[in-house]
Design a binder for this molecule. Structure first.
Ligand SMILES: [Zn+2]
Length: 453
């Protein structure tokens, strides 16, 4: 693609001339409300060149670069409009937009959710010959998406949302196109012995990372990959090999470290709903975990070859509990070190608990419940409200909110009530009261409410 970009004043404009191109889409209806762009218009030049004009309400310092096609999108021209007075970056991409127009708004943290297998690839088959991993992983992934949709400050991106196969190499690319801050792959295990059970979490290993770095540098000339994360955006094509390798390695080291921390937080949280097969994050050379720029974890949610675990994994109640525990672990990870410029970072700086909502004039419980996709009853029980009356300024807790609230525990064989109380640092009496228990007798599979601290 050959193009020329220049600026004009009175009024401020950015003009982009693209050779041998025509407009493939409407420019009307785009929302520029939080950007310096007033209007975008186009015209034909020299017979078959396309001119695009951005009318601006302020002077900017534009930069531009092109991206080669990938599995999802065609050729792209990305124009970043840098604000002259601050480091705030406003960006707009035109022709196949890969990112929305951004401003200095606090952005959401993006979590990519990759349901393992799909379509022709069923993954593990359950002990009964019917339960298929591809369906279990999709169901848990959908609950995880619902979870993040209900938390202000988070946006989930589904790598697949149906019964079809997405190639392993394409999965991180989809996450990258969605500007994901974390990549979470959901799987369920298989073993020849039906007694194997429990959760395992994997993060990228150094082995795979080194090979991946070398491959990326070798391919960089044709690559449309971006280095995101810590350094913002940087296309690696066009850099010297050694510079590119150093940058990619640095990014990979950061991403591996973050993957381990994220995996640990999720493991801690999942301990409240399932037995952990390994209490540490395992490192493995798995192809789906090959992003140098996005911290990535893979969760084996349990064994489909174990009848007990397979039945639980196949029930919607357990799938939802499991998704919520993953969600809480991810939230804890981001609460500990929120990416710059995000709503969560801002909330933390200002002492606001993530997942909380401050009641505004005109709000009612049902309006708030609707807005965050929860029921009025859920909101009431989360906030210990006995009536529907709320007052302006009142801070409500939303489901899954706050730094690691362990709210439920499913009883595993051999556990006692007092053990569970010690584990969650709550009193035995408090635990009994929260669950209306008159004795300490508990049953395997029983779900306990854990009072939040
Ligand atoms: Zn799998």
């Amino acid at each position: 693609m050959s193009y020329n970009l220049f600026t004009l004043e009175d009024p401020y404009r950015v003009v982009i001339d693209i050779e041998n191109s025509e407009l493939g889409d409407e420019l009307s209806g785009l929302d520029f409300s939080a950007s310096p762009i007033e209007r975008m218009r186009s015209g034909v030049r020299n017979g078959d060149d396309l001119r695009i004009v951005l009318d601006l309400n302020t002077e900017t310092n534009p930069t531009s670069f092109t991206l080669a096609p990938n599995s999802e999108l065609g050729n792209r021209l990305v124009v970043d409009l840098y604000n002259l007075d601050s480091a705030v970056k406003d960006s707009a991409s035109i022709i196949n937009p890969i990112r929305s127009v951004q401003s200095d708004e606090r952005r959401n943290i993006v979590v990519a959710i990759s349901a393992g297998h799909g379509g022709e690839d069923p993954g593990s088959i359950g002990y009964d010959g019917w339960i298929k991993e591809k369906n279990v992983t999709l169901a848990i992934s959908r609950y995880l998406r619902d979870y993040f949709n209900s938390i202000p400050g988070y946006t989930p991106v589904m790598i697949r949302d149906g019964d079809y196969y997405v190639e392993l190499q394409k999965r991180p690319q989809i996450a990258r196109d969605g500007r994901a801050d974390l990549f979470v792959a959901i799987h369920a295990d298989w073993y020849r012995s039906s007694s194997a059970n429990g959760v395992t979490i994997y993060a990228l290993s150094g082995d795979r990372a080194d090979r991946e770095n070398a491959r990326r540098v070798a391919e960089k000339e044709n690559s449309s990959d971006l280095l995101g994360g810590v350094g913002g955006d940087l296309a690696i094509g066009g850099l010297d090999d050694d510079v590119a390798l150093t940058l990619v390695s640095l990014q990979m080291a950061w991403s591996m470290e973050q993957s381990l921390i994220a995996g640990t937080r999720v493991l801690e949280s999942m301990g409240s709903v399932s037995r952990l097969r390994r209490d540490k994050v395992q490192q493995a050379s798995l192809q789906v975990l090959n992003s140098p720029d996005i911290p990535s974890i893979l969760i084996e949610t349990g064994y489909l070859t174990n009848p007990n675990e397979a039945q639980r994994l196949n029930s919607s109640g357990f799938q939802r509990n499991m998704a919520n525990s993953i969600g809480r672990g991810v939230m804890q990870f981001f609460y500990d070190s929120p990416p710059e410029g995000t709503l969560i970072a801002w909330q933390k700086e200002n002492g606001i608990t993530p997942g909380s909502y401050t009641v505004k004039s005109g709000d009612s419980l049902s309006i708030i419940a609707q807005r965050f996709g929860v029921t009025v009853n859920e909101l009431k029980s989360l906030n210990n409200l006995s009536s529907n009356t709320i007052r302006i300024g009142q801070v409500l807790t939303l489901p899954g909110g706050g730094p690691l609230q362990v709210s439920e525990h499913t009883i595993q064989r051999g556990e006692t009530l007092s053990e569970i109380a010690v584990r969650y640092s709550v009193s035995l009496a408090g635990l009994r009261a929260a669950n209306n228990l008159s004795s300490d007798r508990i049953l395997v599979g029983q779900v306990l409410k854990i009072p939040t601290i």
